[in-house]
Ligand binder design. Structure first.
Ligand code: PSU
Ligand code: MN
Length: 320
């Protein structure tokens, strides 16, 4: 691993883990800055890091602070990012150069986090949900750069799938075009984030399969070079609250269709409507993102952290 001095800052713990082959799990930071209000965001970020540690891996939260891309944040840095909230710039791949050049503070999305993870040699990355193809994306071309990143960066992304406010079947089509291996954890159906089922079939993987497939995709020829998307279905104990949110999403989608609300007006409409229907607290900030960060979101990201840490540990053992 060769990183030009000063380009990316590794925390001492992450640097040590990478140099000794200890398992490391990357974590994104848009979920912290834009996904939840302070102090819930800080609390959740700390809990997710703790779950990764408890399961034998080192967490590496990625963010750009004062123009310096950081892989692994200290408690002070995590606190700073959490209090900055939406003042930190939501940073996807295309925004990286701008934030760095302006010595700004950037919260990395899935695409930017994958980029930095891969750059420093981290192969496993955990998040809540990834971006996808928006509904009516065939007209608006609103397709998250998370999908193209998965097509070009060899990192395994563990998530709960894609929220149904997005177009799940088209998201999977697009990932197929990008050559991305999409798998679900212990099932052959891609989950719909808040519910176990989307109706879309994908590869079924168990823990051992992941280990094998991630390694093989890296080692085949010059490496496939693509990422892997691993979707973990919502745990049974949260399926009741997840189901309620999903029903609210379906009602909101119907209303948007009836009122002919489309294009970039649709996501804010859906989020506000679901918030109203579920009596969700403080979702105002999430209007900025195609996300609904609720209690179920937090439960999901924690569950993904557990699975991701296990995959990272299994991968590290395989290399020995
Ligand atoms: N989906 C979620 N929660 C999130 C995001 C997506 O359920 O927090 C965030 C992630 O950081 C993801 C980004 O990478 O939104 C995608 O944004 P866009 O659609 O603008 O590419
Ligand atoms: Mn977009």
């Amino acid at each position: 691993m060769k990183i030009r001095q000063g380009l990316v800052k590794l925390s001492p713990e992450v640097a040590e883990a990478l140099s000794t082959g200890h398992p490391v799990v990357a974590l994104e930071s848009t979920i912290i800055s834009h996904g939840m209000p302070y102090p819930k965001n800080l609390e959740t970020a700390k809990e997710v890091e703790a779950i990764v540690r408890e399961n034998g891996a080192v967490p590496a939260t990625v963010a750009i602070l004062d123009g310096v891309p950081c892989v692994g944040l200290s408690m002070g840095e995590l606190e700073r990012l959490a209090t900055l909230g939406t003042k930190a710039q939501k940073t996807a791949r295309r925004d990286i150069a701008h934030v760095v050049a302006n010595r700004g503070n950037g919260a990395t999305t899935v695409s930017a986090t994958m980029f930095f993870a891969s750059m420093v040699g981290i192969h496993v990355f955990v998040t809540g949900g990834i971006g996808g193809v928006h509904r009516h994306g065939e007209e608006t071309m609103d397709i998250s750069s998370d999908l193209t990143e998965l097509g070009r960066t060899p990192v395994a992304v563990i998530s709960a799938g894609v929220k149904s406010i997005l177009d799940i079947p088209r998201t999977l089509e697009y990932l197929e075009t990008q050559g991305v291996c999409v798998a679900a954890y212990n099932t052959n159906e891609f989950p719909a984030f808040f519910t176990e089922r989307s109706g879309c079939k994908v590869h079924l993987f168990s823990l051992n399969d992941f280990q094998d497939a991630i390694c093989k995709s890296r080692n085949l020829g010059h490496g496939l070079g693509t990422g892997t998307l691993i979707a973990v279905p919502i745990p049974k104990e949260h399926s009741a609250s997840g189901g309620l949110i999903e029903s609210a999403i379906q009602i909101a989608l119907r209303e948007a269709r009836d009122k002919n609300i489309t294009g970039n007006a649709e996501t804010p409409f859906l989020l506000a409507k679901v918030n109203e229907l579920t009596g969700g607290a403080s979702l105002a900030s999430s209007i900025l993102l195609p996300v609904l960060n609720t209690c179920s979101d937090i439960a999901l990201v924690k569950n993904n952290a557990l699975v991701g840490a296990k995959i990272a540990v299994a991968l590290a053992q395989l290399k020995e």
